[in-house]
Design a binder for this molecule. Structure first.
Ligand code: AR6
Length: 168
C-alpha cells in the first residue's frame, strides 16, 4: 500500500473515498465535517439522516459510508474520533479503531484510494503527535488487496511536519 502526504483541503482530493471526522450524531458540525457537508451539498446529509434512522447514532471508533454529493470522491466514510480527555490508553484504541474500521469499510466497497484527515486533532483536542503515530501505525498494519493508496491530508503545518517525520 502506497502512503502519500498532502497539505490541503480534503474536499478537493480526487480519491475513491475521503474520510470525515464526524461526530456521533452524523448530522454535521464544524471543522472538516463542516467543510465536507458545505462542499458536498445536501445529498450527503440526506444519507446521514437515513443511516441515523436505520441504526441510530454512530459510536466512537466506528465508521459509516455515504455518497459524496458534489465532491470529486465516490464515497465519504464518516468516522467518529474520540474526544481527548487524557485517558491515553482508551482514547488511543478508539482512534486506532477509526482508521481500522474506515479501511475495512473502504475495502468492502472496493476502494483503491482513500484520503484521511487528521481525525480528532481539531476540536476534539487529541495530541497531534500521538494521533499521527496511531494513524500511520494503523495504516501500515492494514494489508489489503483492494486499497492501493492512502493519502494523509494535513490542514496545518504542524500536522504536516509530524507526518513527514513519521513517514520518513
Ligand atoms: N480538509 C482537511 N482537514 C481539515 C479541513 C479540511 N477542509 N478542515 C479542518 N481540517 P476537526 P475533530 C483538519 O475539528 O477534532 C466537528 O465539529 C483540522 O485542522 O474537524 O475530529 C465534528 O462535527 C484538524 O487537524 O475534527 C465533530 O463534532 C482535523 O481536520 C468534531 O468537529 C480534525 O479537526 C470532531 O473533532
Amino acid at each position: 500500500m502506497k502512503i502519500e502526504l498532502i497539505k490541503g483541503d480534503i474536499t478537493k482530493i480526487q480519491a475513491d473515498a475521503i474520510v470525515n471526522a464526524a461526530n456521533s450524531s452524523l448530522l454535521g458540525g464544524g471543522g472538516v465535517d463542516g467543510a465536507i457537508h458545505r462542499a458536498g451539498g445536501p445529498q450527503i446529509l440526506e444519507e446521514c439522516r437515513a443511516i441515523r434512522n436505520r441504526q441510530g447514532k454512530c459510536n466512537t471508533g466506528e465508521a459509516v459510508v455515504t455518497n459524496a454529493g458534489n465532491l470529486p470522491a465516490k464515497y465519504v466514510i464518516h468516522t467518529v474520533g474520540p474526544v481527548w480527555n487524557g485517558n491515553e490508553e482508551k482514547e488511543s484504541k478508539l482512534l486506532a479503531n477509526c482508521y481500522h474500521n474506515s479501511l475495512k469499510l473502504a475495502e468492502s466497497l472496493g476502494v483503491k484510494t482513500i484520503a484521511f484527515p487528521n481525525i480528532s486533532t481539531g476540536v476534539y483536542r487529541f495530541p497531534k503527535k500521538l494521533a499521527g503515530k496511531i494513524a500511520v501505525d494503523e495504516v501500515r498494519k492494514f494489508h489489503s488487496d483492494t486499497v492501493k493508496k492512502v493519502i494523509f491530508v494535513c490542514f496545518d503545518d504542524e500536522n504536516k511536519m509530524i507526518y513527514k517525520e513519521l513517514l520518513e
